[in-house]
Design a protein around this ligand. Structure first.
Ligand SMILES: *[C@@H]1O[C@H](CO)[C@@H](O)[C@H](O)[C@H]1NC(C)=O
Ligand SMILES: *[C@@H]1O[C@H](CO)[C@@H](O)[C@H](O)[C@H]1NC(C)=O
Ligand SMILES: *[C@@H]1O[C@H](CO)[C@@H](O)[C@H](O)[C@H]1NC(C)=O
Ligand SMILES: *[C@@H]1O[C@H](CO)[C@@H](O)[C@H](O)[C@H]1NC(C)=O
Ligand SMILES: *[C@@H]1O[C@H](CO)[C@@H](O)[C@H](O)[C@H]1NC(C)=O
Ligand SMILES: *[C@@H]1O[C@H](CO)[C@@H](O)[C@H](O)[C@H]1NC(C)=O
Length: 361
């Protein structure tokens, strides 16, 4: 009974939000999830796609463009983001034929029955510029994006946006939000990227983790950030940016707007934002537990799928496509334990904690 009622409400909500999306002529505000599979204990792709359906996920982001997974998503009411691997970027940048081949293999073989809507070139390519090869990939990013765009355009495809997800370590300063600026060493790459995104009305994808900023504020023992503020818990905690006078009630908005102001400094005032990854770990270091993870993700869903759309203080009412990190814990990822505990689902497909993906309003 309960379940039926919930499904009905979810359906109602979904049709309402799709209507909004159509009337605004832009993207929907249905919540997405990252489906990474760096684990040796995870459900099969077929079972995973079924689980996505059961969770009423609106979008899924893949860190690759796996043929089987894209086949399984065919005919599903789920928008898909696919990714070109970092080590494919330089080849594609140098050779239109390789761009054509990539698009034929990974897009045209599945589109339009698989609703590919975002094509992401690389993953956080400005985050690890330590070798000459990394530097080359950073330089080749926009040329590769342009080649892929040229193939997509030649095919007459208009509803796939091309972009690249970047991590917040691209920022020199994020606080106050109005003071946001990119690191000097990435500015030479940002200009061409923003020119492309602005010219094609695409999204600036940011991987943004209030957890990490909150955690570091504890470790460095600076002015520690209030946990409620980081968890998107609506309380009485707020911050007024001294320059803009905008009032912030959560850390996520501050971080997003710092990117808005960093772009504005380079002359780009209206490149739209998307969140490639965000989430909260349910196990690991301090603050990483199920209660906090459930709080953050449920608040996030509520905020990002609200009708009418909320946006951020600097971008009121803007739809910000959002992908939660992540579907599963991935036991083959490197790094500290926290890195492997961001999943919403256990290996057997049961929820780690309850998240209502459709509980928007
Ligand atoms: C999805 O939900 C249906 C209906 O509740 C259920 O029968 C099925 O087992 C679920 N699928 C998975 C993979 O859990
Ligand atoms: C803004 O950021 C710069 C560094 O980029 C810093 O020196 C300055 O103090 C910041 N301004 C404010 C008001 O915090
Ligand atoms: C961004 O694109 C708009 C057209 O949509 C254009 O008018 C504007 O000049 C562009 N901004 C920059 C900095 O190139
Ligand atoms: C952190 O700050 C508190 C009070 O401001 C101080 O007592 C404590 O020693 C500091 N810890 C470290 C590791 O600096
Ligand atoms: C914020 O809330 C706390 C308790 O919830 C209360 O003690 C405090 O006075 C409030 N502060 C403001 C500025 O309203
Ligand atoms: C999720 O939705 C169900 C059914 O409407 C409700 O019982 C539950 O409390 C919700 N959970 C959260 C965390 O909002």
């Amino acid at each position: 009974m309960e379940k039926q009622k919930f499904t009905k409400m979810a359906l109602l909500f979904l049709s309402f939000s799709s209507l909004i999306a159509i009337s605004r002529g832009i993207v929907s505000n249905r919540i997405g999830i990252n489906y990474g599979h760096l684990g040796n204990n995870l459900p099969s792709p077929a079972r995973s796609i079924e689980l996505l359906g059961n969770m009423s996920v609106g979008r899924v982001k893949l860190y690759d463009a796996d043929h089987d997974i894209l086949n399984l998503l065919s005919g599903k009411d789920i928008e898909v983001a696919i990714t070109v691997a970092n080590d494919e970027i330089s080849g594609i940048a140098a050779n239109q034929h390789l761009a054509d081949q990539w698009v034929y293999e990974h897009v045209l073989a599945h589109y339009p029955s698989t609703r590919i809507r975002f094509l992401l070139v690389g993953h956080e390519v400005f985050s690890s510029i330590s070798t000459p090869a990394d530097l080359q990939i950073a330089r080749d990013l926009v040329p590769a994006i342009r080649r892929i765009k040229s193939t997509i355009k030649a095919q007459g495809i208009r509803n796939i946006k091309i972009g690249t997800p970047l991590a917040m370590d691209m920022m020199e300063t994020t606080f106050p939000p109005s003071n946001g600026s990119f690191k000097p060493e990435v500015r030479e790459f940002m200009g061409p990227l923003l020119r492309y995104l602005n010219g094609t009305k695409s999204f600036f994808f940011v991987d943004v983790y209030p957890y990490i900023t909150w955690f570091e504020s504890q470790v460095w023992n600076q002015t520690a950030i209030n946990l409620d503020f980081a968890l998107l818990r609506s309380g009485n905690e707020s911050y007024t940016d001294p320059k803009t006078g905008l009032v912030y009630t959560n850390l996520l908005d501050q971080m997003l707007d710092s990117v808005v102001y960093a772009m504005a400094k380079l002359g780009y005032n209206d490149v739209m934002l998307a969140i490639g990854e965000t989430g909260w770990p349910h196990e690991g270091e301090s603050g990483a537990n199920r209660e906090n993870a459930a709080e953050y993700n449920n608040n996030l869903v509520r905020k990002m799928s609200a009708v009418p759309t909320i946006g951020t203080p600097a971008r009121p009412g803007e739809v910000i496509p959002t992908f939660i990190f992540s579907m599963y814990d991935e036991n083959q990822k490197y790094g500290p334990a926290t890195e492997r505990h961001w999943g919403l689902l256990n290996p057997d497909g049961s929820p780690v904690y309850e998240v209502n993906i459709t509980s928007g309003v």
